[in-house]
Design a protein around this ligand. Structure first.
Ligand code: OAD
Length: 253
């Protein structure tokens, strides 16, 4: 077994308070494309034209038709993979406290994680841009674009668009967890978008061990993170979880 997988498992099994920060890469093995890198959404779409709040306000039809038309198909069909399931298992074992995710796909909750901070909101709920009424995405006919509320206002997803604030509760809790955890697992994020990418920096400055899981190095690698376990999140987290279970079993009287 890879030494870094063994080392990650050892750190987790002996930690008091573990927090995970996840990004789009953790859902790649569920068929959801990431934003950056090969096959990424931002290769196809200009985020300022399709994912900025000004674009949504100015031309919601266009944003819904192109960007969200593509997104909704993959998002609504996706199922959790070994990475989501492994993190849920680590919570069940009493190792992992909270997942802070930048993803809007709800796959951590579907996998069984019960304490998930949705840093960039979620796609599970829509809100009318006129009257503010909320509706569950699955209850709305998304073949009609843009989807409309009973008041005829246009729905938007409860995702955070570029140019919008992070939900206050999500930001405050994440900062608090980052500054009090003793291990932070950072999986499947390019660590480019702020303020999410600052959470590992807070953790490191507060004395936590920061472990990255990613097929590629990121701006955190070699500075903020103590080490990078290079590989796909599903494979790495599955192997780490199995090793944690082995270590816990070994400790049992
Ligand atoms: P990115 O698309 O920027 O980064 C995805 C990361 O996942 C990259 O570092 C990849 O190397 C890595 N990756 C790819 N496949 C992987 C796999 N199988 N296992 C593990 N890692 C893998 O996604 P985020 O960092 O989440 O914001 O992007 C942050 C934010 O930028 C998103 O939340 C979104 C986007 O614009 C908003 O919509 C506000």
């Amino acid at each position: 077994m890879d030494d870094l997988i063994r080392e990650t498992a050892r750190r987790l099994a002996t930690a008091r308070r573990v927090v995970a920060l996840t990004g789009a890469g953790i859902s790649v093995e569920s068929g959801i494309p990431p934003f950056r890198g090969p096959g990424g959404l931002w290769e196809k779409y200009d985020p300022m034209e399709f994912a900025h709040i000004d674009a949504l306000m100015k031309n919601p039809e266009k944003v819904w038709k192109i960007f969200m038309g593509d997104m909704k198909r993959v998002l609504l069909a996706a199922k959790p993979n070994d990475a989501h399931l492994g993190l849920a298992r680590l919570e069940f074992l009493g190792i992992l406290k909270t997942v802070i995710t930048q993803n809007v796909d709800g796959l951590h909750q579907m996998a069984g994680s019960t304490d998930v901070i949705e840093f960039h909101g979620n796609f599970a709920w829509l809100q009318c841009m006129d009257c503010g009424a909320r509706a569950e995405t699955v209850s709305v006919d998304l073949n009609i674009v843009p989807p409309r509320c009973a008041c005829s206002g246009i729905y938007r997803p409860e995702c955070v668009f570029f140019g919008e604030m992070i939900p206050r509760e999500a930001l405050v809790r994440s900062q608090e967890l980052a500054s009090t955890c003793d291990v932070m697992l950072v999986a499947g994020t390019s660590a480019i978008v702020q303020p999410a990418a600052f959470m590992p920096v807070i953790a490191r400055q507060a004395g936590a061990v920061v472990i990255e899981i990613n097929p590629e190095p990121t701006p955190l690698t070699g500075h903020t993170s103590h080490f990078l376990v290079q590989g796909k999140a599903g494979q790495v987290i599955k192997a780490v979880t199995a090793e944690v279970e082995r270590l816990l079993e070994e400790k049992r009287p």
